[in-house]
Design a binder for this molecule. Structure first.
Ligand code: C2G
Length: 143
């Protein structure tokens, strides 16, 4: 059982996200997504359109995702790799060589996959000229 781990905000889920998740899954048998919490997004300087619970539900609905865990800090990755017996950490090529990931090579494989050109959450927001969400209308119902 080869276990793969990836990290991200995955806001306004789009085909660039789907492509990296599907390619990551193909590298092993079990895919864990460490999803940035709303609080950690603030640390990253990001404000997600969907909150953590909504982003988590959307990822959990994907056939290629086996488990979603919270990403709460930059420093949790070694513990994640050890606690979840991770064989491979996968990230998009925009993270290639980053000091946020390359150090994990002493604990597991680190693979960077080509980022999908032409799509990003920021592009979607800009193209739609999205305003701040009106409370409640953009959350997945609990049922
Ligand atoms: N991605 C991609 N192609 C795109 C957009 C994103 O391959 N067009 C990949 C990114 O490279 C990343 C993943 O999708 O591997 C998630 O992207 P984001 O949600 O933007 O995550 P990011 O802000 O890069 O957070 O600790 C690491 C961070 O949490 C990563």
């Amino acid at each position: 059982m080869k276990r793969v781990l990836t990290y991200g905000t995955f806001d306004l889920l789009h085909y660039g996200h789907i492509r990296i998740l599907e390619r990551a899954k193909k590298l092993g048998d079990y895919l864990i997504v460490a999803l940035s919490t709303d609080e950690f997004n603030k640390v990253k300087g990001k404000k997600a359109y969907h909150n953590y619970e909504t982003r988590k539900k959307m990822l959990e609905a994907l056939r290629c995702v086996d488990l979603v865990i919270p990403e709460k800090s930059w420093e949790q990755k070694i513990d994640d790799v050890k606690n979840y017996y991770v064989d491979i950490v996968v990230m998009g090529s925009d993270w290639a060589g980053s000091d946020k990931f390359d150090y994990l090579k002493q604990y597991c494989q680190v693979i960077y996959l080509d980022r999908t050109e032409g799509i990003s959450t920021t592009k979607i927001k800009n193209d739609l000229n999205l305003q701040e969400p009106i409370n409640g209308i953009n959350q997945i119902p609990n049922n």
